[in-house]
Design a protein around this ligand. Structure first.
Ligand code: PEP
Ligand code: MG
Length: 567
C-alpha cells in the first residue's frame, strides 16, 4: 500500500514501524483488594522502577543533550519521592481497601486540581510534572511499558499523529531512521527540526497512525513524500538504490567544504545555517555553514519545564557564540505561539493561533520576560559577532518599541557594570505589512531577514500547518516573489543587509532568483548548505539579475516554475 503526504526532510528510510501515541490512553478501574500490604508493595515497586528509569534517562540526557536538559529529570525524581502524595495514597489503599492505581490516580488528580486553581505559573508547571511522573508510576503498576522516544529501538521509523518540536528533539538520530505524521506541512516546526537533524520525514499523511501497525515494514523517501507499507522486494530494491545514490551524492558534495560561496562572476552570497539547539552546531559544522543566520531561541524555552532564567539562557547562548569562533550568530528573540507553545506559559486558547498572540506581541506585553532574554543575548556580545533580530514585526511602532526595550536592557547592564560589546539589530520580514513598509523600516535596522515560511502563509492566506490547503502554499506565487523583490530593493537601497532565513532559501529553482535580487545571505537547515554552495558557484550574477526581471513579469506560478527550470 502507498500513502502520499508532504515531503518534509529528504533521505530514504527503510525500517520497522513504531507507532507512537497509541500508548497514551490508560484506563484505570477501581477494584476492591484483599491485601493492603500487597497493594502497597505494588506501589513501592512501581515507584522504584520509575526511579531507575528516570535516573537512566537523566544519565542519557546528560550525555547526549547536556546538563540543562537533564535537570528536568531531577525535578521528576524529587516529585517521585514526595512524602505527602505517598502518604495519602497509602492511607486511601488502607482505609478504602482499593487498588493502588486507583488510589494514586485519585490523589494525584486532587493535587493537580489544587495546583491548577492556583493561577501561578510555577504551580502550573508542577502540574505537568506531576502528571508526567505519576503516569509513569501508574504504567508500572499496571504493567504497561512506557514509551520514551529517546529510547526507541535502533532502526525504527516513528509513526505519530504529530511530533512536537521537543519530542522531535528527544529523538536519537542515530537510532531513529525517520518519522511520518498525520498532520503538518513543509514548514511546520517538526518538519524544520527534521531537516536540521537530518532525519528523513514525511508529514500530513492523514491517518497514517491508523493504517500502520507496529513492526510493519515501511519504506519512504522524504523527498518524494510517499510511504510504502510492507512493499514487495522490487520496491525495496529500488529504494535501496536511491539510498546508495543519495549517499554517493553526499560524499561528492564534501568537496564543496571550505570553498567560497561565490558566483562565476565573483559575486558572494553568505550561506548561513539555521539552528534551534546547541546540538545543531554539529550539523552546522559538518556542513560548513558560514554563519548562524537564524537561531530559533524559542526551542531552548520549549525544552524546559519552566521559564529559563537569564543566566541559563546566557550560558547556552554563550556556548553557541564561542563555538562559532567569530562567525556571526543572529539571535532571534522568542517566537512562541502558532505551533510552538510552552506548557508553563498559558496564552489561552485561540481560534487562529498563527494570527494571534505570538512572538513579539507576547514579548512587548511581558517586558520582564523580553528583557531577561535581551540581557542574556547582550551579555554574549563581548564574546563574538552577534545580531539581535525581532520576529513578527508588523509595523514601525512595534519595531521602535522593541528597540527601545533593547536599549533599556543595555543601559541596565552598563549601570550594573556589565560590559556590552557591539551588535547588529535587525528584524524578520514575515508579515506583508512589514514587507510593504520595508523602505521606512530600513531606516531603523542593520538587517532584514525574510521569513518566507510565514510570509508565504500570510501573503497567500494559507495555514502552513494545514495539509488540506498545502497545494496553495506556493513558493512560486508571483505575488509573493514580487513582495520579496520589493523588500530586497528597499533594504539594499538603504544599505541594509537583506537575508532570507525561511525554507525557500534553499529551493534550487529559486536560489538563482534570490541571488539576482541581491540577497546578501541565504540561511537554511545546515544539510542544504553544500548543495546550495555548489549551485551558487555555477551561477552568473548578471544573468541572475536578468532572470529576476523576466520572472517578475510572469502572471502564474506555473509560468514562473517553467521559466526557472530553463535557468
Ligand atoms: C519564517 O517564518 O520563515 C521563519 C524563518 O520563522 P519560523 O519558521 O520559525 O516561523
Ligand atoms: Mg516565522
Amino acid at each position: 500500500m502507498v500513502i502520499t503526504g508532504i515531503s518534509a526532510s529528504p533521505g530514504v528510510a527503510i525500517g520497522k514501524a513504531f507507532v507512537y501515541g497509541n500508548h497514551k490512553e490508560v484506563v484505570i478501574e477501581k477494584t476492591k483488594i484483599d491485601s493492603v500490604e500487597k497493594e502497597i508493595k505494588k506501589l513501592e515497586d512501581a515507584i522504584s522502577k520509575s526511579r531507575e528509569e528516570l535516573s537512566a534517562l537523566r544519565e542519557d540526557t546528560l550525555k547526549n543533550l547536556g546538563e540543562e536538559k537533564a535537570q528536568i529529570f531531577d525535578a521528576h525524581l524529587l516529585l517521585l519521592d514526595d512524602p505527602e502524595i505517598k502518604k495519602q495514597v497509602c492511607s486511601m489503599i488502607t482505609n478504602d481497601m482499593v487498588n493502588s492505581a486507583y488510589a494514586l490516580d485519585t490523589v494525584t488528580k486532587t493535587f493537580v486540581s489544587i495546583f491548577e486553581a492556583m493561577d501561578d505559573a510555577y504551580m502550573k508547571e508542577r502540574v505537568a510534572d506531576i502528571k508526567d511522573v505519576y503516569s509513569r508510576v501508574t504504567r508500572h503498576i499496571l504493567g504497561i511499558e512506557s514509551v520514551d522516544l529517546s529510547r526507541v529501538d535502533n532502526g525504527a521509523i516513528i509513526v505519530a499523529h504529530d511530533l512536537t518540536p521537543s519530542e522531535t528533539a528527544t529523538l536519537n538520530k542515530d537510532a531513529v531512521l525517520g518519522f511520518i505524521t498525520n498532520i503538518g506541512g513543509k514548514t511546520s516546526h517538526s518538519a524544520i527540526m527534521a531537516r536540521t537533524m537530518e532525519v528523513p520525514a514525511i508529514v500530513g499523511l492523514g491517518n497514517i497512525t491508523e493504517v500502520v501497525k507496529n513492526d510493519d515494514l515501511l519504506v519512504f523517501d522524504g523527498e518524494q513524500g510517499q510511504v510504502y507499507i510492507n512493499p514487495d522486494q522490487s520496491i525495496l530494491d529500488e529504494f535501496q538504490k536511491i539510498k546508495t545514490e543519495q549517499e554517493n551524492r553526499k560524499q561528492e558534495l564534501s568537496k564543496f567544504k571550505g570553498v567560497e560561496s561565490v558566483t562565476l562572476d565573483n559575486h558572494s552570497v553568505k550561506l548561513g545555517g539555521n539552528i534551534g539547539h546547541l546540538k545543531d552546531m554539529d550539523s552546522f559544522e559538518a556542513n560548513d555553514a558560514e554563519a548562524v543566520g537564524l537561531y530559533r531561541t524559542e526551542f531552548l524555552f520549549m525544552d524546559k519545564s519552566q521559564m529559563p532564567s537569564e543566566q541559563e539562557q546566557y550560558e547556552i547562548y554563550s556556548s553557541i557564540v564561542k563555538r562559532l569562533d567569530n562567525k556571526e550568530c543572529i539571535f532571534r528573540t522568542l517566537d512562541i505561539g502558532g505551533d510552538k507553545n510552552l506548557d508553563y506559559l498559558d496564552i489561552g486558547h485561540e481560534e487562529n493561533p498563527f494570527l494571534g498572540y505570538r512572538a513579539i506581541r507576547i514579548c512587548l506585553d511581558d517586558k520582564e520576560l523580553f528583557k531577561a532574554q535581551l540581557r542574556a543575548m547582550l551579555r554574549t556580545s563581548t564574546q563574538g559577532n552577534i545580531g539581535i533580530m525581532f520576529p513578527m514585526i508588523s509595523s514601525v511602532n512595534e519595531l521602535l518599541e522593541a528597540k527601545s526595550i533593547l536599549e533599556q536592557a543595555k543601559q541596565e547592564l552598563i549601570a550594573q557594570g556589565i560590559s556590552v560589546g557591539t551588535y547588529k539589530v535587525g528584524m524578520m520580514i514575515e508579515i506583508p505589512s512589514a514587507a510593504i513598509m520595508s523602505d521606512i523600516l530600513a531606516n531603523h535596522v542593520d538587517f532584514f531577514s525574510i521569513g518566507t515560511n510565514d510570509l508565504t502563509q500570510y501573503t497567500c492566506a494559507v495555514d502552513r500547518m494545514n495539509e488540506k490547503v498545502a497545494h496553495l502554499y506556493d513558493p512560486f506565487n508571483p505575488g509573493l516573489l514580487r513582495l520579496i523583490n520589493m523588500v530586497a530593493k528597499n533594504g539594499l537601497a538603504k544599505g541594509v543587509e537583506v537575508a532570507m532565513c525561511g525554507s525557500m532559501a534553499h529551493d534550487p529553482l529559486l536560489v538563482p532568483l534570490f541571488v539576482g535580487m541581491g540577497l546578501t545571505e541565504l540561511s537554511m537547515s545546515p544539510m542544504h548548505v553544500l548543495t546550495t554552495r555548489k549551485l551558487v558557484r555555477g551561477l552568473n550574477f548578471n544573468e541572475c539579475k536578468k532572470h529576476v526581471e523576466k520572472v517578475l513579469e510572469l502572471g502564474t506560478s506555473e509560468q514562473v516554475k517553467e521559466y526557472l527550470k530553463t535557468v
